[in-house]
Design a protein around this ligand. Structure first.
Ligand code: MN3
Length: 199
């Protein structure tokens, strides 16, 4: 049983002008596809035939490196695409807003903290909003790591993520990662983030 590349819920040019068509297309059809293909190859080689990334994460420290890296990247990209929408609302609905205000004082402060955490991620990685059960936290992870993995410094249920690998923004924003992050804020899929929160 092969793990397959999920289709996007929008066209490649739908996130313009915040994310350009070429970046989205290459990111999905080349980068994400490659992680999915490599994941299938890696679980075959490791004889972990029925594995999915989600099943592997709680014991990812026990699997071969190639499985771990590609499981992480396959899942993280799927979550990233779900985190974006061309028809984004301006902000979260009531329940999630309450939780954000409880843990970060205000929506504006939350945005500032998220931006600085994401901008400060050293090298390649991801920025996440996670639910630890009793509070929301902003975390950044290196390379393929995500907060569902047993090796993550901080664990919790991810509500959304932003890819801060250079391939996510370099064509349009070059080295200006903060500009990319600012742009992304306009296309955050709050409906989906709320869905993850209430799950
Ligand atoms: Mn990427």
């Amino acid at each position: 049983m092969n793990y397959t590349l999920p289709k996007l819920d929008f066209q490649y040019d739908a996130l313009e002008p915040y994310m350009d068509e070429a970046t989205v297309k290459i990111h999905h059809t080349k980068h994400h596809q490659k992680y999915v293909d490599n994941f299938n190859e890696a679980i075959k080689n490791a004889e972990l035939f029925d594995s999915t990334p989600e099943k592997i994460f709680p014991s990812i420290s026990q699997v071969p490196d190639a499985v771990a890296k590609n499981a992480g990247q396959a899942f993280n990209h799927s979550m990233f695409w779900k985190s974006l929408s061309p028809n984004a609302k301006k902000g979260p609905g009531e329940d999630l807003e309450k939780a954000i205000v409880r843990d970060f004082e205000s929506l504006n402060l939350f945005k500032d903290l998220f931006m600085s955490e994401a901008a400060a991620t050293f090298g390649s990685g991801w920025a996440w909003l996670i639910d630890t059960g009793n509070k929301l936290e902003i975390v950044s992870t290196s390379n393929h790591i995500n907060p569902l993995m047993d090796i993550a410094d901080e664990q919790g249920k991810p509500l959304f993520c932003i890819d801060v690998w250079e391939h996510a923004y370099y064509l349009k924003y070059q080295n200006k990662r903060p500009d990319y992050l600012e742009a992304i804020w306009n296309i955050l899929n709050w409906d989906e983030i709320e869905k993850q929160y209430s799950n």
